[in-house]
Design a protein around this ligand. Structure first.
Ligand code: MN
Length: 298
C-alpha cells in the first residue's frame, strides 16, 4: 500500500503555509488511509498532496471575500499513518483517540483518505445526536461490504446507527438494499439525488437552513462531477457542479440554528501529471474554512 511510513518524525506541510498555533481555532488532521477502498486505490496519498496544493492557493477565498487566517489560528496535526499491524478497527479507534480531546469549540477538518475515516470523526465530534450533511455520489449505507463493516461503502450506515440524521446530496449510485434502508427512515435520512438536484434545489436549501444543533459536513469528492475531480476511486458521471457544492457548504454552515463541529474531504486520488484533484480538494476545505470564519468571527 503506497502510504508514508514516517509516523512521528518530520514536519507536516501546513495548510496554506500558516504558522502552527498551540491555541488553534481550526485543527487539520491528515488521515492517509485507503486500505478498505474497493476499486482504485491511492487516497492514502491525498492528504500530503492536498496540503501541498493548499500552499499554492491565495490567502483570499475569492467568492466569500474572506481571508480566514487574518481572523483565526490553525494547527495541522501529524498525519495519522496506519501502522502495519493496525486492523481497520484499530485505526478507527486511533482516529477517535486523536480527536476526542480536541476542544468542542475548535473546528476539526479531516483530510482523507477514503470515506472509512468519517464515522470515528463524527463519533468524536458529535457527543449528542446531530446532523451529518454528506456530498457524495453514493449513499454509503451498506451494512457490510467485502466482509467489512468499516468499508468506505458503509460509513453513513454506521453514522445513522449512532443516532444522527443524514442529509445525502448528489447521490446517483446505490445498491437496492441501501435505498430500502433509507426508505425505512424518511424523517432521519433525506436523500437528494443528483439527477433532480435542480428541481429539488429550493427544498434542499430549506432543509439545510432548518438544521438545528451540531452539524458535521462530509464531502466525498465523487459527489462533484468527475469532470471536476477525475481523481477519485469510484467515479460516477452526472455529479454536482462546483458552485452548487459551494452553495451547499455555505448553506450548511450558515444554518441559523446549527453549529458546524467538524468536516472532512475524502476520496481524492492524486494523479500523475495533474494537480487538479488535490487543488479541488484543498479549495473545498478552504471554502469550508472561509464560510465558517465568516459565520463565527465576522
Ligand atoms: Mn462516500
Amino acid at each position: 500500500m503506497p502510504i508514508a511510513t514516517d509516523t512521528n518524525g518530520g514536519t507536516p506541510t501546513l495548510f496554506l503555509s500558516q504558522q502552527q498555533s498551540e491555541n488553534p481555532d481550526v485543527v487539520f488532521l491528515p488521515l492517509p488511509f485507503d486500505s478498505t477502498s474497493s476499486y482504485l486505490k491511492g487516497a492514502a496519498l491525498a492528504p500530503e498532496a492536498i496540503l501541498r496544493a493548499s500552499v499554492e492557493l491565495e490567502t483570499l477565498e475569492f467568492e466569500t471575500g474572506i481571508e480566514p487566517f487574518r481572523h483565526i489560528a490553525q494547527k495541522t496535526l501529524q498525519p495519522l499513518v496506519p501502522a502495519a499491524q493496525d486492523s481497520t478497527e484499530r485505526y478507527m479507534e486511533r482516529i477517535e483517540a486523536a480527536t476526542s480531546s480536541i476542544h468542542p469549540e475548535v473546528l476539526l477538518l479531516g483530510i482523507g483518505g477514503n470515506h472509512s475515516i468519517t464515522p470515528p470523526l463524527v463519533n468524536a465530534r458529535l457527543s449528542q445526536p446531530g446532523t451529518v450533511v454528506q456530498i457524495d455520489a453514493h449513499l454509503d449505507l451498506r451494512e457490510t461490504y467485502e466482509g467489512s463493516r468499516h468499508s468506505h461503502a458503509c460509513p453513513m450506515r454506521r453514522i445513522h446507527e449512532m443516532g444522527h440524521e443524514l442529509i445525502q446530496i448528489g447521490i446517483r449510485s446505490a445498491d437496492p438494499s441501501e435505498l430500502d434502508y433509507a426508505r425505512q427512515y424518511p424523517d432521519a435520512i433525506r436523500v437528494f439525488p443528483a439527477h433532480s438536484i435542480d428541481a429539488d434545489w429550493p427544498i434542499l436549501m430549506e432543509t439545510l437552513t432548518a438544521i438545528r444543533g451540531p452539524v458535521y459536513l462530509t464531502i466525498d469528492v465523487d459527489g462533484l462531477d468527475p469532470t471536476i475531480v477525475p481523481g477519485t476511486g469510484t467515479p460516477v458521471p452526472g455529479g454536482l457542479r462546483w458552485h452548487q457544492a459551494c452553495t451547499i457548504i455555505d448553506q450548511t454552515i450558515g444554518a441559523p440554528g446549527g453549529t458546524l463541529v467538524g468536516a472532512d474531504v475524502v476520496e481524492t486520488i492524486p494523479v500523475a501529471g495533474t494537480v487538479v484533484n488535490e487543488v479541488v480538494a484543498a479549495s473545498l476545505l478552504f471554502r469550508i474554512l472561509a464560510t465558517w470564519t465568516k459565520r463565527r468571527f465576522l
